[in-house]
Design a binder for this molecule. Sequence first.
Ligand code: G3I
Length: 451
Amino acid sequence: MTLATAAATGLAALAGAAPAQAADAPLRDLAEAKGVYIGNALAAGKLDGNARYRQIAGQEFNWVTAENAMKWGVLEPSRGNYDWSGADRIMEFAAANGQQVRGHTLVWHSQAPGWLENGGFPAAELRGLMYDHIDTTMGRYQGRIAHWDVVNEAFNESGGFRDSFWYRTLGESYIADAFRRARQADPSADLYINDYNVEGVNAKSTAMYNLVRDLKAQGVPIDGVGLQAHLITGQVPSSLQQNIQRFADLGVDVAITELDIRMNLPADAGKLAQQARDYRTVVEACLAVSRCVGVTGWGISDADSWVPDVFEGQGAATMYDSGYNPKPAYDAVAQALGGTGDDDDDPPGNGDGDGCTADYTVASQWNTGFTGNVAITCSGGSLNGWTVSWDFPAGQRLSQAWNAGCTQSGARVTCTNAGWNGTVPDGGSVSFGFNAEWSGSNPSPDTVTVS
Ligand code: G3I
């Protein structure tokens, strides 16, 4: 018996070189409708040299962070000589694109100028230098930087204070002093403490939790906690939402401030599909907690990411590939933000699946099981590497698949191409099959997406 049911991606077929019709609003519009922001880290030097970088940065994000341009070592490489060029460029870009800015970062042990870190300053002088830097930097952009990372990476992995030149000279008091000074320097900015490996509940995040609790109890002005979220594909901490919630319950906002999710290279469709699920998980965890205010990615594309420079053999950590095409992670973020995930933010025929549809068919059915077939057909553009997904509407359970790698999580089934059938040519099609169990009824999914 053949029960033919077609369900398409919902994307208009693309003809010739006509401009693509956007199926989803840009991420920034989706995020705004959900009451959160979506940001990214910008390199000042790339804004003027790379049109696609500039386009994505302006179009998709409503918040920006200076990836490096507002760090002390960049701003004041020699004592008393500030270079604002990169920071000013970021501010100008943000203003031109209606974006808010996260200031990153005032007091940090890393990317501090050599004259400061190695100056051997006694405590009173070092504290004075910290105050001057806070006054000067926050003062320059007063009223124009909505959130500041006042203190960055103050903890070590086991939950003690990091043995930095700040801590060694000033003890932990430098943290409260920095926040108090920052409040004076720009009373309009929300003041954050920011760190990495604090996304789940663990020793480090608990140390941060205890500090924030104590600072609040002492009346120290702290408004938010930044969870950097430099994560690894398949390893999003299961306690992420719980951790966000416990900080929120202290009476501070929480932001995901530097999200990237790296993988071992080379990327393949399966890893990209896992990464997409991980991005979605992170955005959904933020959305689930009302005091989680937004998510910022760390680097527009894989070509802009710090990851390959630091983790040998790893990368592909952002939402765009190195050719600035949106990856499945982009679609997943759009979906998490209430979009369809059918991005169309790129030219037709570039291999990303715009103009391709997936037809789901029940090929045969028996009392407890059925065989399904999915045919992907492309028109107006080819597809290089695909992911097809759907939600089973009536509790069906996948048992086996062929010509694709399929997994099921809850109702959601996600299938990625096998090694030999990732390419669907313009005007061509590729199929895969699966067996699944059913009981009661076996309706076909409402929507099958291909990306
Ligand atoms: O600009 C110079 C260039 O002139 C020089 O030729 C080149 C030679 O190495 O270095 C360039 O500077 C590099 C800079 O990035 C700009 O590309 C630095 O070496 C390099 O160390 C620096 O890395 C940055 C890193 O912070 C420094 O700690 C990364 O771009 C940046 O993504 C990364 O961001 C941090 C956050 O601030 C805090 N949380 C962790 C996150 C990732 O490490």
